[in-house]
Write a protein that binds this ligand. Structure first.
Ligand SMILES: NC(=O)c1ccc[n+]([C@@H]2O[C@H](COP(=O)([O-])OP(=O)(O)OC[C@H]3O[C@@H](n4cnc5c(N)ncnc54)[C@H](OP(=O)(O)O)[C@@H]3O)[C@@H](O)[C@H]2O)c1
Length: 303
């Protein structure tokens, strides 16, 4: 058996604590699928975990990092009949909950967390979908019935925010976007139909629903009794409860079913993911530097 490599850290710290190194092959459990790594993305969660801002609630050091995964099925547990060796699959691992990272040449994940990847879409494009797309889908779901008035999306130019914008637009919702810079506002034009773009600040008390994908306090823009959904745990503004509004924090679940739904939107053109910057998994230090300086582009890792 050849050695297997993964991106791991022993203790939290800066970029230098991460290394691409020989690692122990994961054990295939009941209901699981072993996947050979093809591509993944870097997400803010990876930096929060490797820097120690979030501690994995399971697993032990050394930790393998990574949430997103596109790869080829290498083995399936005897009780799994939904995937076969050689299938290309896409999945998301809730690494903070399970301690199970995807930046590894082999990854074992529950079959229920996976979806079959469609033919004709590059792994580097698909790798941007799992965490950002599943979070956006959950955030839109948390709004409840489809809003008949404009929804404000905060951080609309980011990975999660730009998926939220597109998911709302495909439901026919009028989308208003709050971004940080004018360049981000210009880039949104290629993402989907946005009725208004605000830079820096949105109009006060104007929205019955807000989805925050930036983790800032935008509650000033909410009407009394509205719904405020934040995608960033720990950032739900206290004022949301004070004015009779509903406040929700998104916790993203692993879900092959939801991934299949999102893949359907990719296939029918209602969800688009941009061209990423691509790096080798073995060149993780350079990739993380690019992620920190990203200007609208996702950072994708390949084998
Ligand atoms: N709850 C969950 O289960 C879950 C799941 C996935 C992600 N998340 C969290 O959701 C957040 C977004 O993730 P992401 O992958 O979309 O990150 P991202 O790509 O970095 O997007 C964040 C966006 O928010 C923008 N932003 C920051 N401050 C802003 C401000 N004051 N006004 C307007 N826009 C502002 C950023 O702009 P700049 O680039 O200019 O800073 C960026 O465009 C992260 O904190 C992530 O950890 C949570």
């Amino acid at each position: 058996m050849n050695a297997m490599y993964a991106v791991q850290f022993d203790f939290p710290g800066g970029r230098e604590t991460l290394s691409y190194r020989e690692a122990i092959e994961p054990i295939l459990g009941t209901g699981e699928v072993m996947i050979g790594f093809e591509a993944s993305s870097i997400n803010p969660a990876d930096v929060k975990i490797s820097s120690g801002r979030i501690a994995p609630r399971a697993g032990t050091s050394p930790f393998t990092l990574g949430w997103d995964l596109v790869g080829i099925v290498d083995k399936v547990a005897p009780d799994v009949d939904t995937f076969r060796v050689g299938d290309r699959v896409i999945g998301m691992s809730t690494m903070a909950s399970t301690g199970r990272g995807t930046w590894s040449q082999l990854v074992a994940l529950p079959a229920t967390s996976l979806a079959l990847a469609p033919a004709g879409i590059e792994p580097t494009v698909l790798a941007q979908l799992p965490l950002a797309g599943l979070t956006a889908l959950k955030a839109v779901d948390e709004l409840g019935p489809i809003p008949d008035q404009a929804v404000l999306v905060v951080g609309a130019a980011g990975a999660v925010g730009s998926c939220v914008v597109q998911l709302l637009a495909r439901l026919g919702v009028e989308v208003h976007a709050l971004v940080r810079t004018h360049a981000q506002g210009d880039a949104l034009a290629s993402v989907g139909p946005v009725s208004a773009v605000y830079t820096g600040e949105a109009p006060a008390s104007s929205f019955g629903a807000i989805i925050d994908a930036a983790g800032i306090d935008a509650a000033y823009a909410l009407r009394p009794g509205g719904t405020y959904v934040t995608c960033v745990p720990g950032t739900l503004p206290e004022s949301v409860g004070a004015n009779g509004a509903i406040g929700v924090t998104v916790i993203v679940p692993e879900s092959g079913t939801n991934l299949a739904t999102l893949l359907g939107y990719l296939a029918d053109g209602s969800l688009n993911l941009g061209e990423p910057s691509v790096f080798r998994l073995s060149d993780i230090a350079t990739a993380l530097m690019a992620f920190e300086n990203r200007l609208g582009r996702r950072t994708v890792l390949t084998s």
